[in-house]
Design a protein around this ligand. Structure first.
Ligand code: S3P
Length: 222
């Protein structure tokens, strides 16, 4: 009987075309190249930031942090309670402060709430201390995913489809400033994680295969 693999889902991912040593080397190179920077997932509610982020962190053997959970812990209240009792402005202020603190704790994979990247100070902090990845999903996928849970105050008022369309129109041009964009399709999360790893290799200018067969380097994330 063979060895139990250290990462159960890896063989199903887009890295499956690489041998095990190649995969481990690529993941190690990403970790090394990050230094103290965080991988920061941004995008709309339902884009899969938490689910993909958790798996990505496991793959890279890095800590995973969820900004909304940290805000809830710091406030001693749920996001819904904060919105209801104090309003959105208060939440956004706390969100900015908590994310600034979390970015000091890299390297890590950090999932942010959908509105976090809209704040210019948060964007600048992420640019300085992280690599941003926009998980971009289409309206149908987002609505399907958010329908499963009801903990999002912005979707609790009005028609979720109309709210989501409005948020897409407002936010997509800003999300597009991210270092990396990965389509978050209606496929198992691990497939998206594989695409994120491939995109990181590319953006960090890492050799795509073994050093001897690597092609020309792409533009690096600064
Ligand atoms: C929000 C997204 C939520 C949460 C809050 C506001 C937004 O996080 O931060 O409800 O403005 O898009 P998720 O994107 O993790 O659902």
């Amino acid at each position: 009987m063979g060895e139990i693999p250290s990462h159960p889902a890896k063989m199903t991912l887009s890295l499956a075309g690489h041998n095990k040593d190649d995969r481990e080397r690529r993941l190690a190179q990403i970790r090394q190249s990050l230094g103290a920077r965080s991988i920061v997932l941004i995008g709309l509610m339902g884009a899969g930031k938490t689910a993909v982020g958790r798996r990505l962190a496991a793959w890279l053997d890095l800590p995973f942090t969820d900004a909304d959970s940290e805000i809830e812990e710091a406030a001693g209240q749920t996001v819904t309670e904060i919105f209801a009792e104090h309003g959105e402005t208060y939440f956004r202020d706390g969100e900015r402060k908590v994310i600034a603190r979390l970015l000091d704790g890299g390297p890590q994979v950090l999932a942010t709430g959908g509105g976090a990247y809209m704040n210019p100070k948060t964007r600048a902090a992420i640019k300085a201390r992280g690599i941003s990845i926009w998980l971009k999903a289409d309206l149908r996928v987002l609505l399907k995913r958010v329908a499963r849970r009801d903990h999002r105050p912005l979707l609790a008022v009005g028609d979720p489809e109309a709210v989501m369309k409005k948020l897409m129109a407002e936010r997509d041009p800003i999300y597009a400033e991210a270092d990396i964009t990965v389509e978050s399709r209606d496929v198992p999360h691990d497939v998206i994680v594989g695409a994120v790893v491939d995109a990181l290799v590319d953006a960090l200018g890492l050799p795509t295969r073994s050093a001897t067969t690597a092609g020309p380097r792409r533009k690096k994330v600064q």
